[in-house]
Design a protein around this ligand. Structure first.
Ligand SMILES: C[S@@+](CC[C@H](N)C(=O)[O-])C[C@H]1O[C@@H](n2cnc3c(N)ncnc32)[C@H](O)[C@@H]1O
Length: 265
């Protein structure tokens, strides 16, 4: 039977499979994804308006295609953290960071972004490019709530993801078929980005739709708080009441990030 237009495909591959497939893909990832994703990245980076001295987290930083630009924007007084589940992808990032001599301001961590190794209120901004749609539908609100907590009260998040919004054309139908048929290789699938961020208690400040290979992509920027006194439901935890110093780049928990083998399903 035909799936309804609003129905979001589920993610059936495990985290272990995701890591293995990105490890394999890492060497040629930039060649294949390079052209398709750069337009969206440029829009996202412009919308984020990163300032000198800011502390930024990129979730699913992959081969580091945004890390260098982020590091240039924060300058020597800021820091950029990148987290990714694949050591293979991170190895490519590490080489780029070394070549650019930016190791002093870029910190790379291997781990599952569903279990962030950072204290609440650590970041001025979070960037997520083509990674939110890799989490299964029930996991999306959970990870967004966690990422939201990692932001400072004045913080913002920018998510670029394949979009389920609007008319579903033939290319999208074919793509979703391929996602169901080959979940380890075609692992992105379209989701409702704007709605997911709004449902997670984030305040949308900018949303645009950009088409890539005729597949629609949403670029959404949202703030953690509309008003500094506001405290949505998902913030009301004891953990969150323990505020940490917001500016220090030593935000990584003392119990250091888990090794990839520990985080996989
Ligand atoms: C489609 S790629 C996008 C890479 C990068 N954001 C870019 O713009 O080039 C998705 C990235 O998310 C990573 N990833 C997948 N699942 C993850 C998870 N649960 N936690 C952290 N990273 C994850 C993959 O290893 C991969 O590097």
């Amino acid at each position: 039977m035909c799936k309804s237009r609003a129905e979001i495909s589920r993610v059936t591959r495990s985290k272990r499979e995701a890591r293995a497939s990105y490890d394999k893909m890492s060497r040629w990832y930039d060649v294949v994804a390079g052209h398709f994703e750069s337009k969206h990245r440029d829009i996202a980076l412009a919308q984020m308006n990163i300032q000198e001295g800011e502390i930024i987290l990129e979730i699913g930083c992959g081969t580091g295609r945004s890390l260098l630009a982020l590091a240039q924007s924060v300058d020597g007084s800021g820091r950029v953290y990148g987290i990714d589940i694949s050591e293979g992808m991170l190895d490519i990032s590490r080489a780029k960071v070394r070549r650019a001599r930016l190791s002093d301001r870029i910190i790379l961590i291997c781990g599952d972004a569903a279990d962030l190794p950072f204290r609440p209120h650590s970041f001025d901004a979070i960037l997520v490019i083509f990674t939110l749609e890799l989490f299964d539908t029930p996991e999306i609100p959970i990870v967004l709530c966690q990422w939201r907590k990692a932001l400072r009260d004045t913080g913002r998040i920018c998510v670029v993801a394949m979009s389920k919004k609007g008319k579903v054309g033939l290319v999208m139908r074919l793509y979703e078929w391929a996602h169901r048929r080959f979940p380890s290789y075609v692992d992105c699938r379209p989701i409702l980005v704007w709605k997911a961020l709004k449902d997670a208690g984030l305040h949308i400040v900018d949303a645009s739709e950009v088409s890539g290979w005729t597949l629609p992509v949403e670029v959404v920027v949202a703030k953690k708080r509309y008003h500094p006194l506001e405290q949505p439901e998902c913030d009301r935890t004891t953990e969150n009441k323990k505020r940490s110093s917001p500016r220090s780049p030593t935000q990584v928990r003392q119990d250091s990030p888990k090794r990839p083998g520990q985080t996989a399903k």
